[in-house]
Design a protein. Structure first.
Length: 338
């Protein structure tokens, strides 16, 4: 079954020079972000922060989509305009995170599985009516001495496949996100091995469940050594390891690939994206879907003060521009002063 409407949305999301802002943190996670600038986790502060992001002048030049959380897709600007309408009016496609977080996988110490399938079809109808045209579901794959197990990867792949089926049936593009966690003391070689295995199992499962790969986007981690490993990976190493894993794992007919920043600093995520782009054209369009790497500079500039809103919005515009350069492989880190 062809999904022509999904293909159009995928093409719009994967436009050259544009990325997807992942502003889809849960209430608890956005609270941790606000806490970094000593702001209490209150609805008004969450709304103010999202309004600063979504109304920043000029970002439509560098953003194709924004992923929201359940509370923010229902929220409005101070003037009463729904956030999805604010974005759509600027040519930015509204999206929605639809999983309900992780739970321990019983019998598998240190491993988790993502939940949220039970009422998904009903929720997607409502999200479509609210303006969403794409969705996201995140699975968490942790690297430690004896994990991940294939059983954990397989369980999460089945969940991702079922989610993708339901999303496509609701005329919403699914972003499937199997995040291989950056935290740890593992080598880049170990990260490459786990990433490759995760992606191979995921795509075998998606095919098995007849998910339309052309109407789907993969959101994935860059391949790099763990944040506690003695030696951090260079952009060149990250690009080589990432693309090696991709070419042995990802079918050529998927709609596109976007990278998560996964705890990297803003500049490091941009440098690594640029190094990957400089390796030349790939079978799939590649871009970014950063969260923290776009939002932290905004929070740092804003500090919860009204007089800093313009500065904060300029910080977002600057970072999205830097990532646009990186997605084309023309980023110059000497001009990245922020």
């Amino acid at each position: 079954m062809a999904h022509e409407d999904l293909y159009v949305t995928v093409k719009q999301l994967m436009q050259e020079g544009k990325g997807i802002l992942a502003a889809d943190e849960s209430i608890g996670t956005v609270g941790k972000r606000l806490d970094t600038v000593n702001l209490p986790n209150e609805p008004e502060n969450r709304q103010d922060f999202r309004e600063i992001l979504f109304t920043a002048p000029g970002i439509e030049e560098f953003l194709s989509g924004v992923i929201m959380y359940d509370s923010s897709i229902r929220n409005t600007t101070d003037d009463g305009i729904p956030f999805p309408d604010v974005l759509a009016a600027r040519g930015i496609i509204p999206g929605i995170k639809v999983d309900k977080g992780t739970r321990p996988l019983e019998g598998f110490s240190g491993e988790v599985v993502t939940q949220g399938l039970d009422d998904l079809a009903d929720r997607l109808k409502e999200y479509y009516a609210l303006g969403a045209r794409f969705t996201k579901w995140r699975a968490v794959i942790t690297i430690a001495e004896d994990i991940p197990t294939d059983a954990c990867i397989e369980m999460n792949a089945v969940m991702l496949a079922r989610y993708a089926q339901i999303a496509q049936g609701a005329h919403l593009v699914p972003i499937v996100e199997p995040e291989v966690i950056f935290a740890g003391d593992h080598t880049i070689q170990r990260a490459e091995e786990v990433s490759m295995r995760t992606l191979q199992i995921l795509f075998a499962t998606l095919r098995q469940y007849k998910v339309d790969l052309k109407g789907l986007i993969l959101k994935t981690s860059m391949v790099l050594a763990g944040d506690q490993y003695k030696e951090q990976s260079t952009p060149e190493q990250v690009a080589d390891a990432t693309l090696r894993a991709f070419h042995l794992s990802i079918p050529h007919d998927i709609g596109g690939v976007v990278f998560l920043s996964g705890g990297q600093t803003a500049k490091r995520a941009t440098e690594n994206l640029n190094a990957i782009a400089q390796k030349g054209e790939q079978p799939w369009p590649i871009s970014s879907s950063f969260s923290r790497a776009l939002e932290e500079p905004v929070l740092t500039a804003w500090q919860g003060k009204e007089e800093n809103i313009e500065l904060a919005q300029k910080a977002l515009l600057f970072r999205t521009r830097m990532n646009s350069f990186a997605q084309k492989g023309v980023y110059d880190k000497t001009k990245d002063v922020k």
